[in-house]
Design a protein around this ligand. Structure first.
Ligand code: SF4
Length: 370
């Protein structure tokens, strides 16, 4: 089965940390949406799989679209793919967009999961991030979605913000837990060069947190959410039982996906391609792509990377079967030091990173790479 992703690259306000492809020119939205329907028709044969397991509306800010526009995309997908096995249709939303009217209209569509970009329950942090909602708006958004009948909600929080650890972070974690949502994604703030926070950092107006602070806050997040009953199943993701994100899990398991919209990426098993057109070019019908063919080594490295970010880890028998026993042996040797230091758990068949140590997963992954 494959998955389908729609990228809605529009944002009303640009967050100070955000390096994703997005545009503020909302006037282009109708022609981009029209272009996305065209692209879906043209590229629906990209994946060899004709059945979908999930659909995801990401951004940008997909909640800037009316729910009826979202349902039209789903109806269009239904004409091109077999959607009978789709269990999860997610919409990323800004808390500020979730009015009672919006939530009720959304509940009438086939969207059954909403991922809310809450980020923090400290209004000072939200201001520093240039978010357009407040903590109270975020709380209300969750209540409003619940009242409308949305049963599967995920929220995003960010930690590692200089000056806002300690009580501020504790408060955010407590509030996130109190929301009693099904899923939480927790990301460490990354300072990207081409962002407002990047500029502030260069000017010395923002000093990123030290590695020690990162580690302490990572553990505070891990402890708070696991103590509340969430499973820490991927580096940045926590879920109640049975509520792991199906769409993202499919990415991590290397299934094919078709991405539609400016900036969207697609993957067909052996090929990866991404749309390079700007929203303006795209709205004018100029849709350009770049791509690459994956070699067996790329596949192996990708398997190592995505698997080690998940609690299941890598399966050495699978590596031996797919790529040859010498690769499994090389990785087993590379793992020795990590196992001795308690970062990696080896059970003879699998190698996995202890969730408490996911923060160093990049270093482990690199050492396992071909
Ligand atoms: S709403 Fe999301 S995509 Fe838009 S600027 Fe903020 S973080 Fe970036």
């Amino acid at each position: 089965m494959a998955t389908l992703y729609f990228h809605i690259p529009f944002c009303k306000r640009i967050c100070s940390y955000c390096d994703f492809y997005k545009v503020g020119a909302l006037a282009l939205m109708p022609s981009v949406v029209e272009g996305m329907h065209r692209e879906l028709d043209e590229r629906c044969g990209y994946t060899s799989e004709r059945s979908l397991s999930s659909i995801y509306f990401g951004g940008g800010t997909p909640s800037l679209l009316h729910p009826s526009d979202i349902e039209q995309f789903i109806c269009h997908a239904e004409r091109l793919f077999d959607v009978s096995a789709v269990k999860e249709i997610t919409l990323e939303a800004n808390p500020d967009d979730i009015t009672a009217e919006y939530a009720e209209a959304l509940a009438k569509t086939r969207v059954n999961r909403v991922s809310l970009g809450i980020q923090s329950f400290d209004d000072e942090v939200l201001k520093l991030m240039n978010r357009r909602h407040t903590a109270e708006v975020a709380r209300t958004a969750v209540r409003t979605l619940r009242r409308a009948g949305i049963e599967n909600i995920s929220v995003d929080v960010i930690f590692g913000i200089a000056g806002y650890g300690g009580a501020s972070l504790e408060h955010t974690l407590e509030e996130a837990v109190n929301l009693d949502v099904e899923h939480i994604s927790a990301y460490h703030l990354t300072i990207e060069e081409r962002t407002r926070l990047g500029l502030m950092t260069r000017k010395g107006e923002y000093i990123p947190v030290s590695d020690d602070v990162s580690e302490a806050e990572y553990m505070a997040v891990h402890n708070a959410f696991t103590a509340a009953g969430y499973e820490h199943y991927e580096v940045s993701n926590y879920a109640k039982t049975g509520c792991r994100a199906r769409h993202n899990s499919a990415y991590w398991q290397g299934v094919e996906y078709l991405g539609i919209g400016p900036g969207a990426h697609s993957f067909s098993g052996d090929n990866r391609m991404w749309c390079t057109s700007s929203a303006k070019e795209y709205s004018e019908g100029v849709v350009l792509y770049e791509g690459e063919e994956l070699t067996p080594t790329d596949h192996l490295n990708e398997y190592v990377m995505t698997s080690l970010r998940r609690v299941e880890g890598i399966d050495l028998d699978f590596i031996a079967q797919q790529w040859g026993g010498q690769h499994a042996e090389r990785i087993a040797v590379a793992a020795k030091g990590w196992v001795e230091s308690g970062v990696v758990v080896a059970d003879g068949k699998t190698l996995s990173i202890r969730p408490e140590r996911f923060l160093v997963s990049d270093a482990v992954i690199e050492s396992f790479f071909e």
